[in-house]
Ligand binder design. Structure first.
Ligand SMILES: *Cc1c(COP(=O)(O)O)cnc(C)c1O
Length: 374
């Protein structure tokens, strides 16, 4: 089965990991800070805190924003469940605002209508790699005294109006799962230009431990002393995986170019295929394309999905509106609450896209799609 996404691992990547395995530091060592520094260069200079997954990054980011019981987080339902669950695990309530139907990105007007005095964070998702409408979202966040979070699981390496993703929102989260734009197997990061948020993120990632002498409540306990002021978890990304991440970052520009080339080619090959609609691309962004979503009309998405899978093409659906998960149903969220998201979900199909996809693989995908549509 041709997968919808997969990692690209080179001999240099293998070598970088082996070097760490032969060394002294498997975790909490120099490869962590080195990776975070390189990542920061891709994130417009924002401070980066590596963690064990994109899910952990969201959990850490919401903690660092001070999200807790009584707070609300406004977000889009066209995302992975962790965008919402990361806030709910801190006791917050999630309010879903609808998307723009042609981009599947959070609609700033819908977000504005969802903001209340309890809104602590507005979380946008850079769906498929395309940055959301941050100018408009920034205005909505400021008017509501809320922080702006970018779930950039799809978009490391993308730019918004020339600005690298990572420094556009107040806080940004990345994922390094194998299907994403670069991988550490499992992994993620939190990026922020706010030193207070960065410090809280570092502590939450490390069990809540405080070691800086000037911050200790009991500084004269002894050289071994460390304190917990607020609870955290162990979300540390080990050196072994940070080394892979740093090696992968050296290839990100090539990944970006190859993904762009494949997307341009898909757009050409599919331009005249009846029954297939493509995503609208915003004029002010330069995405690293993580997904290639198409829309299959006339209620035929399920048939096309089944036929393409049967033909060995591992198409995927991204995403089921988050509030349709039973855990949300049980909390009283109802289907249909975001009509544009529902309409998008009903038709969406993600075609295979990853750097090592060959042109002939791609021709096979397009043939399978055209055949499935007959
Ligand atoms: C993949 C993904 C995540 C979670 O990342 P993991 O590394 O798999 O935990 C969060 N948000 C979105 C939009 C994603 O696609």
């Amino acid at each position: 089965m041709l997968p919808y996404g997969r990692q690209s691992i080179s001999e240099d990547d293998v070598e970088a990991v082996s070097r760490v395995l032969r060394g002294d530091w498997l975790t909490t060592g120099p490869a962590v800070s080195s990776f975070e520094k390189r990542l920061s260069e891709w994130a417009g200079g924002a401070e980066c805190v590596s963690v064990t997954s994109g899910t952990a990054a969201l959990h850490v980011a919401y903690a660092a924003c001070g999200v807790g019981p009584g707070d609300e987080v406004v977000t889009s339902p066209i995302t992975f469940v962790a965008t919402a669950s990361g806030a709910m695990l801190h006791g917050a309530r999630v309010v879903f605002a609808d998307v723009d139907e042609d981009t599947a990105l959070l609609d700033p007007d819908a977000a504005k209508a969802a903001v209340t005095t309890r809104t602590k964070v507005i979380t946008a998702i850079d769906y498929a790699g395309q940055p959301a409408d941050y100018d408009a979202l920034r205005d909505v966040a400021e008017a509501g005294s809320a922080l702006l979070l970018d779930d950039a699981a799809h978009s490391i390496g993308s730019t918004y109006q020339g600005e690298p993703i990572g420094s556009v929102a107040d806080v940004t989260t990345f994922s390094f799962f194998p299907t994403k734009n670069l991988t550490t197997a499992e992994g993620g990061a939190v990026a922020t230009t706010d030193p207070v948020i960065a410090k809280r993120a570092r502590r939450f990632r490390n069990i809540g431990l405080v070691r800086e002498r000037e911050d200790l409540r009991h500084p004269d306990e002894g050289g071994w002393h460390q304190e917990v002021h607020a609870l955290g978890l162990n979300y540390r990304l080990p050196d072994v995986l940070c080394a892979l991440g740093e090696a992968q970052l050296r290839r990100l520009a090539d990944f970006k170019a190859r993904r762009a080339r494949l997307v341009a080619r898909y757009r050409e090959l599919l331009a005249d295929v009846d029954g297939v609609r493509l995503l609208r691309v915003r004029p002010d962004v330069d995405p690293v394309w993580h997904l290639f979503p198409v829309r299959i009309g006339d209620g035929r998405r399920r048939t096309v999905y089944d036929r393409m899978r049967a033909a060995g093409v591992g198409v995927q659906v991204n995403f089921i509106p988050v509030y349709r998960h039973p855990v949300f149903e049980d909390l009283g969220y109802r289907r249909g609450m975001c009509p544009n998201a529902e309409a998008f979900y009903a038709e969406e199909l993600s075609l295979p896209l990853f750097p090592d996809l060959t042109d002939s693989d791609q021709d096979r995908v397009v043939d399978a799609l055209v055949t499935a549509l007959r």
